[in-house]
Design a protein around this ligand. Structure first.
Ligand SMILES: [Cu+2]
Length: 115
């Protein structure tokens, strides 16, 4: 009985750590450490808009280092929760933005044009 309980606990622990790992289907995830879920929210970083896809609610940004998400500078695609955020920016704009991990996806929480 005791052994069964231990196995159950191990299974729960393994499951929990698997959920913290990036989705294997995301080719961008490989170089991102599985940091804690809500980390990085609110940190404004400099970036430049590469592509805006309002229909898909996605934006491609090149960004500087994101220390709280343990990300080196790169170009990547972010999901947006509100497509209205994409009305104000276009490819080539210098921006400042904040990103959070929502459901394992890097999601833009804020974006504004840089001065
Ligand atoms: Cu990145």
């Amino acid at each position: 009985m005791k052994a069964l309980l231990l196995l159950t606990l191990l299974a729960v622990a393994a499951n929990a750590s698997a959920q913290g790992a990036p989705a294997a289907a995301d080719p961008h995830a490989a170089h991102h450490a599985p940091a804690a879920a809500a980390q990085g929210e609110g940190e404004l970083v400099d970036g430049e808009v590469r592509k805006v896809d309002r229909d898909a609610k996605k934006i491609t940004l090149s960004h500087g280092e994101l220390k709280s998400l343990d990300m080196p500078p790169m170009t990547m695609v972010f999901r947006v929760t509100d497509p209205a955020m994409l009305e104000r920016v276009k490819a080539g704009d210098k921006v400042r933005f904040a990103v959070a991990r929502v459901g394992g996806q890097f999601t833009l929480t804020r974006i504004e044009k840089a001065e």
